[in-house]
Design a protein around this ligand. Structure first.
Ligand SMILES: [Zn+2]
Length: 84
């Protein structure tokens, strides 16, 4: 019996199952964000310039994560689409 490490969505705590529409999000030290399909297995995770890797269960959580990171990086209000 294969033992798999449980993967939990970093945004909503959903447990990853066989169905795969998951994404990996990477925040790098230079402030850039990467969003990659789960199966693409990038080497970014072991890169020293990668600050963190997050697991995202779908587009909703991926977009929420991106939005939150953008708010932190740019120090702007989250979701802020400001039409002045
Ligand atoms: Zn989620």
């Amino acid at each position: 019996m294969a033992i798999r490490e449980a993967v939990i969505c970093d945004e909503c705590d959903a447990l990853k199952r066989e169905v795969n529409h998951w994404w990996r999000g990477y925040l790098r030290n230079d402030g850039s964000l990467y969003l990659l399909p789960w199966d693409s297995i990038p080497v970014l995770g072991s890169d020293a310039s990668t600050k963190s890797e997050v697991h995202l269960c779908g587009s909703n959580c991926a977009l929420r994560w991106v939005s939150a990171q953008m708010a932190v990086i740019a120090k702007t209000p989250e979701g802020g689409c400001i039409h002045a």
